[in-house]
Design a protein around this ligand. Structure first.
Ligand SMILES: Cc1cc2nc3c(=O)[nH]c(=O)nc-3n(C[C@H](O)[C@H](O)[C@H](O)COP(=O)(O)OP(=O)(O)OC[C@H]3O[C@@H](n4cnc5c(N)ncnc54)[C@H](O)[C@@H]3O)c2cc1C
Length: 401
């Protein structure tokens, strides 16, 4: 490949970050990935080590214990972790992007000073609760609500479903800290007003409803239903102004979608490299299978799709400012394109490996199962299609821009 500007490593700092995570993955993540998938077990010890590497605070100011990097750095970390263990990566993403980054860009100085050092170090494990048993895509329909009390505190009630890191062990210990979205009123047009509450472990009424087991993929991450039963949230744990959290949610969804798309890049790169090597090693009818046209098609289409998603993901990351929102078109676009492409590439990898591709030891079956979640979590494919068509309907200038 020719030298020059590499969009996935735009600076020396990014390149060094990638090398550091890649080495860590090789030495520490890869050896445990198969076992934790089999056992459906979250590796909390390994997770905490990411704090020592600065990865939990990747986008957080140094003043609060982070390393102050950008959306490209977020994409790099998620890509590299997912090359080996997307389930483990999902737990990382739910903590570092959905909770830590969310608080850093929306919280008050006091909240940041009090909480960020603990979550950046990995001492506390965080999560974000948006989805509910009855409301996913239709998020503004949420039924979790909070009512202000006479002393200024809020009484929070409701249930959040599918929460990654909602439970942090094999028992029923909930996340140390959870950013919870709740309805706190309606505007003049009857539209829900949403407020973010910081719920901390130990608050009465905050508990795990159920640990969700037997998932198709992402089995190295914990998923839970969380229950908020008359949780009294003090005023200092309200993020921003009451009713103002739509913007928090939208801004955080953009970096979440870029991170999930970057996970797809990691899955695709691994599957491509496995199928490419196998096609040289395996012989059938006295020839290497890479000499068969149908196998060539699997490899060639995967290469082109991988290169396209890599360029689109890192171009979008490069143009994303974490403190702003407004790039929904491309954060939806990268996730829409990359996730299905990753699933197809993993599928082709299984096909190229034949029977070997169907068993855990050869990795690609796990990546195929994990890739499916990317078409659902952080917004379904259908929600991206809806958003993109709506945004281009309002303003078509990006098409020719
Ligand atoms: C492993 C896992 C981890 C997760 N982690 C988290 C987390 O940490 N925090 C969190 O808040 N959530 C999390 N989620 C939830 C995830 O974001 C939701 O599952 C997702 O948003 C879809 O919501 P739903 O499951 O309720 O499906 P629904 O919204 O009920 O959708 C069902 C189907 O209907 C389609 N549909 C719905 N509305 C429309 C429409 N208007 N037009 C066309 N089609 C439509 C959907 O696309 C989908 O195909 C996680 C989910 C999983 C499985």
């Amino acid at each position: 490949m020719s030298a020059g500007f590499d969009i996935a490593n735009p600076t020396e700092e990014h390149r060094m970050l990638r090398d550091m995570v890649r080495n860590f993955v090789l030495e520490e993540v890869e050896p445990q990935a198969l076992e934790h998938d089999r056992l459906e077990r979250f590796n909390s010890d390994l997770f905490r080590k990411l704090g020592a590497l600065g990865l939990h605070g990747i986008t957080i100011d140094e003043a609060y214990g982070g390393v102050g990097m950008d959306a490209t750095a977020v994409a790099i970390v998620n890509e590299e972790l997912s090359y080996s263990d997307p389930g483990f990566c999902l737990a990382y993403l739910a903590h570092a992007q959905l909770m830590v980054n969310n608080l850093a860009f929306n919280g008050s100085e006091d909240q940041k000073a009090r909480i960020l050092p603990f979550v950046c170090s990995g001492q506390w494990i965080g999560c974000m609760g948006m989805s509910e048993p009855g409301y996913g895509t239709d998020v503004l329909g949420m039924s979790t609500s909070a009512i202000r009390q006479g002393d200024g505190s809020w009484l929070l009630n409701g249930r959040k479903m599918w929460i990654t890191n909602g439970v942090i062990d094999d028992g029923d210990t909930p996340a140390d800290v959870c950013m919870v979205y709740a309805k706190t009123g309606e505007d003049a047009n009857g539209r829900s007003q949403i407020t973010t509450f910081i719920v901390e472990r130990g608050m009465e009424g905050y508990s795990v409803g159920q640990k969700i087991v037997d998932k198709l993929g992402m089995r190295a991450s914990n998923t839970a239903e969380l229950v908020f039963d008359d949780v009294r949230v003090p005023v200092e744990n309200v993020v921003g102004l009451p009713g103002d959290s739509m913007i928090h949610m939208m801004r955080n969804l953009e970096i979440e979608r870029i991170a999930l798309a970057a996970m797809a890049v990691g899955i695709s790169r691994r599957c491509l490299s496995i199928m490419n090597r196998y096609a040289s090693d395996r012989e059938a009818f006295g020839r290497r299978i890479r000499e068969f046209g149908q196998i060539q098609r699997h490899i060639a289409e995967s290469w082109a799709e991988y290169r396209a998603m890599r360029a689109y993901v890192y171009d979008t990351a490069l143009r994303t400012r974490l403190s702003e929102s407004g790039n929904r078109l491309d954060s939806d676009g990268v996730k829409l394109y990359s996730t299905t492409a990753a699933k197809n590439i993993a599928d082709r990898a299984i096909q190229v490996l034949g029977g070997y591709g169907y068993v855990g030891e050869y990795v690609v079956e796990r990546l195929w199962r994990d890739s499916k979640l990317l078409e659902i979590g952080g917004g379904t494919l259908e929600s991206h299609q809806k958003n993109i068509a709506r945004d281009l309907g309002r303003d078509s200038s990006p098409i020719n821009g």
